[in-house]
Design a protein around this ligand. Structure first.
Ligand code: C2E
Ligand code: MG
Ligand code: MG
Ligand code: MG
Length: 278
């Protein structure tokens, strides 16, 4: 933060401070408008089987687009949505929308699990489980076709009740994955501590595995450890064949990244699913 505490308790603001809050005010306005006018959308990025290459799942990713143009990208608007509390409504919208889509795919004969990102404030919100349960009941989606992606930060934010909440969610049949693994405190002990089904290796590792021997060694060790704990391991941000080959050999079960497809509209993913049947 640019905000600094002065020696006598005065707050000094760097010149960019007011600009920054003007920018986040603008994002907040756009978000409120988008929520009220149905201008939020989800794109779906395929997850592929590391060995066979076919689509085995998809991650829903929020977009704030007007006429196909991104007004802001998630790394800009998610933090504002968190700060303003808007993430509770936006996250609920995204969860419901993704469940409706997954239900359509379930009906059409493509029962692929769809994953949805959950941010800290949304997860902390007291009614989170009830909302999730309500959406599953309303949409009729098979809960095993839903996966929630939580970061360590999100899990840490849940307080004392976190493990109980995670267990309840899993008991409802919903899968859980630990997103951006390797970027936070990333202690492997979390894997034992938190009842998750899968671990997603962050893009920052994947980017360097073919360049840097240490990153390669650490990544291989994480994958081996996770597998020995019976967790699925999925790598995100896979952009090259070399990265893909390394990760497959190291024992990743699924891969996700531009090499296999950028986030795309549901109809396009559906076409890819239809193609792989023939
Ligand atoms: P994330 O969940 O870790 O999602 C992965 C991000 O990496 C996505 O960015 C995706 O488009 C991008 N990506 C995928 N493959 C590649 C690749 O090969 N190379 C590169 N350079 N990037 C790749 P996106 O869609 O901009 O989302 C950024 C972050 O915003 C997400 O990170 C997630 O933390 C958050 N986010 C997105 N949608 C939602 C949502 O519905 N709810 C919440 N709470 N957070 C969301
Ligand atoms: Mg994610
Ligand atoms: Mg991630
Ligand atoms: Mg991320």
């Amino acid at each position: 933060e640019v905000k600094t505490q002065g020696r006598h308790g005065y707050r000094f603001y760097a010149p960019e401070m007011s600009q920054r809050s003007a920018a986040s005010q603008r994002i907040e306005d756009v978000l409120r408008h988008a929520l009220a006018h149905g201008e939020l959308s989800l794109l779906y990025q395929p997850k592929v089987d590391a060995v066979l290459g076919h689509i085995v799942g998809a991650e829903a990713l929020l977009r704030l687009q007007v006429d196909g143009e991104d007004l802001f990208v998630p790394d800009q608007f998610i933090p504002v949505a968190e700060d303003t509390g808007l993430i509770v409504s936006i996250g609920k919208w995204a969860l419901r929308e993704a469940c409706l889509q997954a239900r359509i795919w379930q009906r059409e004969g493509w029962p692929i699990p769809v994953s949805v990102n959950v941010s800290p404030l949304q997860f902390q919100y007291a009614g989170f489980y009830e909302r999730l349960d309500g959406i599953l009941n309303e949409t009729g989606l098979d809960p095993s076709l839903l996966e929630l992606e939580l970061t360590e930060r999100t899990m840490m934010s849940g307080g004392d009740g976190t493990i109980r909440l995670l267990r309840r969610i899993r008991h409802r049949g919903v899968r859980l994955s630990l997103d951006d693994f390797g970027t936070g405190y990333s202690s492997l002990s979390y894997l034992k501590h938190f009842p998750v089904d899968a671990l997603k290796i962050d893009r920052a590792f994947v980017r360097d595995i073919t360049q840097d021997a240490e990153t390669a060694a650490i990544t291989s060790a994480i994958i081996a450890m996770a597998r020995s704990l019976n967790k699925d391991v999925i790598a995100e941000g896979v952009e090259t064949e070399a990265q893909s080959a390394f990760l497959r050999e190291a024992g990743c079960s699924q891969l996700q990244g531009f090499l296999f497809g950028a986030p795309m509209p549901a109809e396009i993913l559906e076409k890819r699913l239809a193609e792989q049947l023939v």
